[in-house]
Design a protein around this ligand. Sequence first.
Ligand SMILES: NC(=O)c1ccc[n+]([C@@H]2O[C@H](COP(=O)([O-])OP(=O)(O)OC[C@H]3O[C@@H](n4cnc5c(N)ncnc54)[C@H](O)[C@@H]3O)[C@@H](O)[C@H]2O)c1
Length: 325
Amino acid sequence: MERLNIGVIGLGAIGQKHCEALARVERANLVALADISEPVLSKTAEKFGAKAFLDYKELLAMPDLEAVVVATPDEIHTEPCLAAAEAGKHILVEKPIATTIEDAKAIIQAAEKAKIKLMVGFSLRFNLHYMKAKKMVEDGKLGELISIFSRRLNSITQADRINGRCGVLHFLGIHEFDALRWIIGCEPVSIYTEESTSIPKKYPQDNESFSIIHFENGVRACAHIGWNLPLQHLGGRDFKLDIMGSKGSLYLDQMRQGIEIYSESLSKYPSVNSGLYIEDRAFVDCVLDDTPSPATGEDGLAALKMVMGAIESIKTGKPVKLNTK
Ligand SMILES: NC(=O)c1ccc[n+]([C@@H]2O[C@H](COP(=O)([O-])OP(=O)(O)OC[C@H]3O[C@@H](n4cnc5c(N)ncnc54)[C@H](O)[C@@H]3O)[C@@H](O)[C@H]2O)c1
């Protein structure tokens, strides 16, 4: 069986999950890891039996390495992606592709020039429930779309972890905006966003908002994005999607997957989804089978433009026209 030699750059919360997922992907060999934190690096390298590099450029110099996952903080995606493209390695970059439009475009151009696959880690595209919702819409099972409401809320502990590096539209909204564009299946033409004024802000960036998005097929979607769930909230996540169509409606609760556990030691909604396994397998497949990336750099740029549009709309109090093509 042909296998892809892959490395992971950035071994924090999500980098660890990519390592676990890649260790399970049949056609992947997790061969190399990079992180600037020595204790994290050596512990993870030992766990996965991979080579360890404090400098990701040395990892990229490995001749038999074919692809990388870039899971560094948002503002440190551009340099490793440009270096990986330069070294001819295929790239799965965590969302957001970059923090500025210019950087996102530079990454896309570098990938095109190097003729490598570029995929953005929009995990909802690989979540079984969202995949089902997309298929129902695509197959016309819900009829003509009438309206969509989506919600993605965390508790303030996530904002504390991010520590003011970005607002919640960058952190969570980008997932929701990409999922809406992907499920509705056409481009957004405008976005109007209002931020809640009823709560004191702990960080200067956006922290709770409603966006109304117009799509070019006439569909309207409303996205509620925030990180103000009470600390007692079970799981600290409230992720929902309601789709109303002329022939049917669909209600998705990403946390309630048909099983809930309440015990003396824990209360949780266990996930029946496979975490990042499907996403990472899709990346490996697109490289080895030379098929289109299932979440392209252009998809990453479009979702970033929607986030930027929402932030501009909050500032101006007006709808912002979008050009995501
Ligand atoms: N898809 C998802 O659902 C999801 C969830 C969480 C985070 N993310 C994204 O993943 C990325 C990482 O987030 P996180 O929560 O894991 O962050 P984190 O802060 O937990 O981890 C980042 C890691 O990168 C390392 N790092 C920093 N600079 C580096 C460099 N120059 N070279 C090598 N390693 C370096 C840090 O030491 C740290 O271990 C972010 O872009 C974030 O938005 C995606």
